[in-house]
Design a protein around this ligand. Structure first.
Ligand SMILES: Cc1ncc(C[n+]2csc(CCOP(=O)(O)OP(=O)(O)O)c2C)c(N)n1
Length: 290
C-alpha cells in the first residue's frame, strides 16, 4: 500500500484543513490543548483518511477498526477529525468545551459519535486498546486496534503493565503509537521524568519498535504498512518524533503551549503560520515523492 504522490498531496491538504479547524475550535472555545493537538494531527489524518476501516453511516459497525486516543486532552484535534469525517455535525465544534455542549474537552464515547473509548485520565488507553484487540481475537474478528499515547503520559505505570501483557498475549492486531513531542504539561519530558532510552524500554517489554518522524506523512504510512505486514509475534509500537505545536511557529517546541488561549491577534498569526507550513509541506512532497 505504498503512498502515491497524489495520495500524499491529498493527505497534506487534509492535515492542513484539520489543523486549521483545530485552531478554529481553540478560538471558539477560547482556549485548549492546542500544542499536543497539532503534534498528532498528521497521525490522525493518516489514520482516518488512509487506514481505518469505518462506516460513516454505521458508526458502531462491529467489524470497524478501533482507535483509542489515550492522550484524551487532544480531543481538540480529534473532534475536528470526527466532524470533518461525517460522524458529527461540524457546528458542534463551535460549542467545544462550553457549558451544556456534548463535546467536552475530553471526548465522551456516549456523546460524540465515532469515539471508541472515553479518555482524558491518562494511562488507560493502552490497557483498553489491548482489551479491544484481545476481544477481536476471541470473537474471530479481523479488525485492528490503534492507540495513541502521549510521551508524558508514559509516566503512568499502567502503560507498562499493558505493554507487558500485550507482548505476553502476542497481540499483533494492536498497533500503538507514542506522540514523542518531548514536552508534557509543565516542562520537557527529559527534565520532568526521563524517558530515554525510550525505544529500548518498549523493546525490552517485548514490542517491535520503530522510531520515525511523526510529522512526516510518508514515514507514518511506511511504518503503518510495516506494522500491518508484521509477521513476528510481537505487537508494534511506533514512536512518532514530533514537534509540539507543529505548524504554528510561535507554539512549536514550547511546552507553555500545552494549553493556551487564542485572542484575535494570535489567531491571525497562527493562521498565517499554518499557511506557510502547508506550503513547506507541499515543497517536501515535490522533493521526496517517488
Ligand atoms: C491521570 C492524569 N493525570 C494528570 C492529568 C493532567 N494532564 C493532562 S495533559 C498532561 C500532560 C501529558 O503530557 P503528554 O502525554 O506528553 O501530552 P502531549 O504533550 O502530547 O499533549 C497532564 C499531566 C491527566 N489528564 N490524567
Amino acid at each position: 500500500m505504498s503512498l502515491t504522490k497524489a495520495e500524499w498531496l491529498a493527505l497534506e491538504k487534509k492535515a492542513y484543513e484539520l489543523r486549521t479547524l483545530c485552531l478554529d475550535t481553540t478560538s471558539w472555545a477560547g482556549s485548549g490543548h492546542i500544542g499536543g493537538g497539532m503534534s498528532c494531527m498528521d497521525l490522525l489524518t493518516v489514520l482516518y483518511h488512509k487506514y481505518l476501516h469505518l462506516r460513516v453511516d454505521e458508526p458502531n459497525w462491529p467489524d470497524r477498526d478501533r482507535f483509542v486516543l489515550s492522550k484524551g486532552h487532544a480531543g481538540i484535534a480529534y473532534a475536528p477529525v470526527l466532524c470533518d469525517y461525517g460522524f458529527n455535525d461540524p457546528e458542534m465544534l463551535k460549542t467545544f468545551n462550553l457549558s451544556g455542549s456534548k463535546m467536552g474537552i475530553h471526548l465522551d464515547a456516549n456523546k460524540v459519535v465515532g469515539v471508541d473509548a472515553s479518555t482524558g485520565s491518562l494511562g488507560h488507553g493502552l490497557p483498553m486498546a489491548l482489551g479491544m484487540a484481545l476481544a477481536a481475537r476471541v470473537q474471530g474478528k479481523d479488525y485492528k486496534t490503534y492507540v495513541l499515547l502521549g510521551d508524558g503520559e508514559c509516566d503512568e505505570g499502567s502503560n507498562w503493565e499493558a505493554a507487558m501483557a500485550a507482548s505476553n498475549f502476542k497481540a499483533t492486531n494492536l498497533i500503538s503509537f507514542v506522540d514523542r513531542n518531548g514536552c508534557m504539561i509543565d516542562g520537557k519530558t527529559e527534565d520532568v521524568m526521563k524517558l530515554e532510552p525510550f525505544a529500548d524500554k518498549w523493546a525490552a517489554f517485548g514490542m517491535e519498535v520503530r522510531s520515525i518522524d511523526g510529522n512526516n506523512i510518508k514515514e507514518i504510512c511506511d511504518a503503518i504498512d510495516e506494522a500491518l505486514a508484521n509477521e513476528s509475534d510481537k505487537p508494534f509500537m511506533i514512536i512518532l518524533n514530533t514537534v509540539k505545536g507543529e505548524g504554528i511557529d510561535f507554539m512549536e517546541g514550547d511546552y507553555t503551549w500545552h494549553y493556551g488561549a487564542i485572542n484575535e491577534e494570535k489567531y491571525a498569526d497562527a493562521k498565517a503560520s499554518l499557511e506557510k507550513h502547508y506550503q513547506k509541506r507541499l515543497a517536501r512532497v515535490e522533493k521526496e515523492a517517488e
